[in-house]
Write a protein that binds this ligand. Structure first.
Ligand SMILES: Nc1ncnc2c1ncn2[C@@H]1O[C@H](COP(=O)(O)OP(=O)(O)OP(=O)(O)O)[C@@H](O)[C@H]1O
Ligand SMILES: [Mg+2]
Length: 455
């Protein structure tokens, strides 16, 4: 018996051939259904899946060739069986025609049964590989469908749907949401599912670059354009040509840069600083902000024209506290992620913990939730995440009695690290401001930066 077995639909109008070949194939371990005509085969194919169709060509009524042609038209490639055609000596042209229509091989009558068995095994092997490949592709698509974005709330479904639609266009996208809601994640998903996915995605954090440098960072400069411009430098727009540029924290742009950006969006062209030549670019712009741009337009801090140019396709990600349905799935996702990373055998999350996390306000949104879970997993001493292993910034519960000092110590470290990180984020990476925000000296900040290896 063959090691490769499958379900075969055998079709021939000659009863004797049907019986003989059917028996041989069954003896080889296959499941065989016999059909006496192409019409009958067609009906069976509509009723259940087969791995392989072995079909005679010349039959009264519908021919084998017609059946194969019909299969190509009515069944999707993933459902279609492999096809072998049997044909008489005189009609090799038909066999070739069948192969053009997608048949894998043909058998020229008369043939030895052994020959049939070999060709059938080969065809089934092909089918198995095809199924496996399709499975892998569908797995990947399932992942792509969610863009790696976890969420089951109506609001997140809407976000994912929009991202999917907009990925297929080259429209400008404006993503708005509080800090940690997943704006960058959505931006990356859009690029990676666009037709330009093989071209670069260039990220610019507009808040982290000093105003004086931002223009040159975005548009580049020529040598001698300003003091210190010792070399010609390509800007981020030029680097992103053909792909996407992700302008993060767009709400912090100065008026000068706003004007220049408006021009790129309108004309698809710009001049590097100090350059005389205009440069053209073909770039999709994805912008993100946690500020209310509309409000800023009202206050005269953001150009109205630019706002409308950016806001072609708005994607608004609601804060986590407004989509609490997402909390349990996110917890599960992050527990899995971090237990995998740390090798901790966490089995479940205590019900009480679930309730606490569901009720919490999450000012830092999904990022804060992920940090909380990561910390809990790292600190866990058993397979269950208990209230003792979870601590929330700003949640006003007294520390549970009997906390081992090690854990307390780690909690403090986490709070320190997180405070530094957030201040840096708020100050757009400017250390002096971050230190001021925390009310500590710049030297103290340097100490924390090196202690926690923060860049
Ligand atoms: N729906 C989600 N599913 C899985 N992970 C998420 C989701 N939303 C956010 N995250 C994770 O949370 C973290 C913060 O997300 P991201 O950096 O995209 O937020 P952001 O909105 O850009 O925040 P900020 O305004 O502070 O820059 C990332 O680690 C991201 O992977
Ligand atoms: Mg971000």
């Amino acid at each position: 018996m063959s090691a490769i077995r499958g379900s075969i639909l055998l079709t021939d109008d000659e009863e004797k051939i049907l019986k003989r070949l059917g028996r041989a194939l069954r003896d080889d371990g296959h499941e065989v259904i016999e059909a006496g005509s192409a019409r009958e085969a067609q009906k069976l194919l509509g009723e259940r899946p087969f791995d392989l169709l072995v079909v005679d060509n010349v039959m009264p009524g519908m021919t084998g060739l017609e059946l194969i042609r019909d299969l190509g038209l009515t069944m999707s490639p993933s459902e279609r069986p492999q096809v072998l055609m049997m044909t008489a000596h005189a009609s090799v042209e038909n066999a070739i025609e069948a192969m053009k229509l997608g048949a894998l091989d043909y058998l020229q009558k008369p043939f030895e049964v052994e020959e049939l068995l070999v060709v059938v095994r080969h065809a089934l092997e092909h089918q198995r590989l095809r199924t496996e490949r399709q499975y892998l592709i569908s797995e990947r698509n399932a992942e792509f469908n969610h863009y790696g974005i976890v969420g089951r709330s109506r609001a997140m479904e809407e976000v994912i749907k929009r991202a999917e639609l907009v990925a297929q266009t080259k429209s400008t996208v404006l993503i708005t949401g509080e800090t940690g809601t997943g704006k960058e994640m959505v931006a990356r998903a859009i690029h990676h599912h666009s037709a330009q996915r093989d071209m670069p995605l260039i990220k610019v954090n507009c808040a982290a670059i000093p105003d004086t440098l931002l223009e040159s960072e975005l548009f580049g400069h020529v040598r001698g354009a300003f003091t210190g411009a010792t070399m010609t430098k390509r800007g981020k727009f030029a680097l992103a040509d053909g792909g996407s540029i992700f302008l993060d924290e767009i709400g912090t742009l100065t008026t000068a840069v706003q004007s220049k950006l408006l021009r790129v969006l309108q004309e698809r062209e710009f001049e590097p600083l100090g350059a005389e030549r205009t440069q053209r670019v073909d770039v999709r712009v994805i912008a993100a902000t946690n500020r209310d741009l509309k409000q800023m337009v009202g206050d005269g801090r953001f150009q109205e024209d630019l706002y409308y140019r950016l806001n072609v396709i708005p994607i608004v990600i609601p804060p986590l506290r407004d989509r609490r349905d997402d909390i349990p799935v996110l917890i599960e996702h992050f527990v899995d992620k971090h237990k995998g990373r740390t090798g901790k055998p966490i089995e479940r999350v205590d019900d009480e913990v679930m309730q606490i996390l569901q009720r919490y306000e999450w000012p830092g949104n999904v990022r804060e939730l992920e940090n909380t879970i990561e910390r809990a997993v790292v600190l866990a001493t058993s397979a269950v995440l208990t209230p003792q292993s979870v601590s929330l910034l700003g949640a006003t519960s007294a520390p549970p009695p009997g906390l081992p000092s090690l854990r307390l110590h780690q909690n403090i470290e986490w709070v320190e690290k997180e405070t530094v990180r957030r201040s840096l984020e708020q100050s757009g990476g400017v250390k002096k401001e971050a230190a001021e925000l925390m009310g500590i000296s710049q030297r103290a900040l340097s100490y924390y930066l090196s202690k926690y290896r923060i860049d």
